[in-house]
Design a protein around this ligand. Sequence first.
Ligand code: AMP
Ligand code: ZN
Length: 494
Amino acid sequence: MALRLFNTMSSRIEEFHPLRDHEVRMYACGPTVYNYGHIGNFRTFVAVDLLRRVFRQSGYTVRHVMNITDVDDKIIRDAARDGISVQQYTAKSEKAFLEDSAMIAIEEPTLVRATEHIPEMAAFVAALVEKGIAYRTDDGSYYFHLAKFPQYGKLSKKDFSGMLDGARVDVDEYDKDSARDFALWKAPKPGEASWDTAIGPGRPGWHLECSVMSMEELGETFDLHAGGEDLIFPHHENEIAQSESLTGKPFSHFWFHARFLLVEGEKMSKSLGNFFTLRDLVLKGHKPSSIRYLLTSVPYRTQLNFTFDGLKQAAVSVERLRNFRVRLTTGNFAQGASAEMQSLAAQTIDRMKSALDDDLNTAQAQAAIFEMVRQANATFDTGGIKKDDVPPLLAALTRFDEIFAVLDDDDGPKMKRVFDWAISESREKDISDELRAAIQAGQLSDADIEVKIAAMKTARAARDFKASDAIRAELADAGILVEITKDGIRWRRK
Ligand code: AMP
Ligand code: ZN
């Protein structure tokens, strides 16, 4: 059965087939890099990562492009306030975003940055002017003439028939009632970053950035465009208006939107004290794998209520899966195969596939693997698992992990990096006792280190420098500095 996905454009679940054989071209709206991403942002980014992995498991190659919005109203305002350039302002946040994404096992998409595509954006505006769809105002800004695109509202299903022709809005985000001709290009303002281009000085509006970069990377029509539900209007509506009125072709075939995340039943906000970045959670002692697991445990179109109880439960679930894998890889099994275990593994793979094919029903896919673990553990206890059952059971776990990515236990080094970051940012007071304890527990004893150093020596004696370097890197991740001198190998803790 083919993969079925909800398409916001048609408001129904449709079979997904890429426009080109075997290749999916997808674009996801990325972060506006002006501070650390919060767990709501990462709910959407994890949903998109999961989708990409499901596409791959379905046999497609995936071209996944994401923008980094490094010029927009908020960035310009805050960079001007701090008296630094837009690039200086955003560099730190972009780095943090990429580190955080890697921390929760998000595979890196092809990244495109708004500031690296300014001339193309100006050319896009010029082409819209040429077609009579955009116009210039006296201050040198350019607006999209909404009345020229009668299908405006087709994605968000809003009716704009009574709209006032010619009224304008120049902020990037606005609500339905103020839907007006929107700014494509904004004339320079004192103290704001601007670029000299063929259409005059200024800077692009946010919506234009995504239209230009997505079509440049993926073509005028591509398979799927993704983001959080708040982007449906006006952002995606405006992207459609700009792109389709220029090319006369459909822009994206599918529109994929993740529902917003709530924290303990409420909208996340700084004033309620329920606003968390990923690093905040790790500082409290939570593992990155628990966070990823929790973020994937509720299907993307269902509201996810993030709770600390849920996070603890997620940690237990991940532990259970990891322990089961250790049991399989280290146990002693009698020769032979059990028909029951063989069919359990095969059925689990089928159940996971049907669940994910059903508009990414991650909750059911997780339920399927836990049912397998429950039954296999019970069989294990009675000696019923045979040697030839191990590979298919492991294969089911691997298939699960190709999507959920929580089985490899790399939480320790990741948590240590957040710990080191907190120290470097003078945020020591935010480091919880739980995080300190987790790091200590994960630290290698002197005896552990000596064993690894001995293995390095053996590898070097056999001139296997690759193996020696791998051990050295592993030790470095655990905070151990290794020095190779002519007198031998020495180590010390960082
Ligand atoms: P931003 O950096 O604000 O442009 O947002 C980056 C992504 O996070 C967008 O796709 C938003 O739709 C999404 N997003 C923002 N807040 C939440 C939330 N509470 N839950 C889920 N997604 C969110
Ligand atoms: Zn976008």
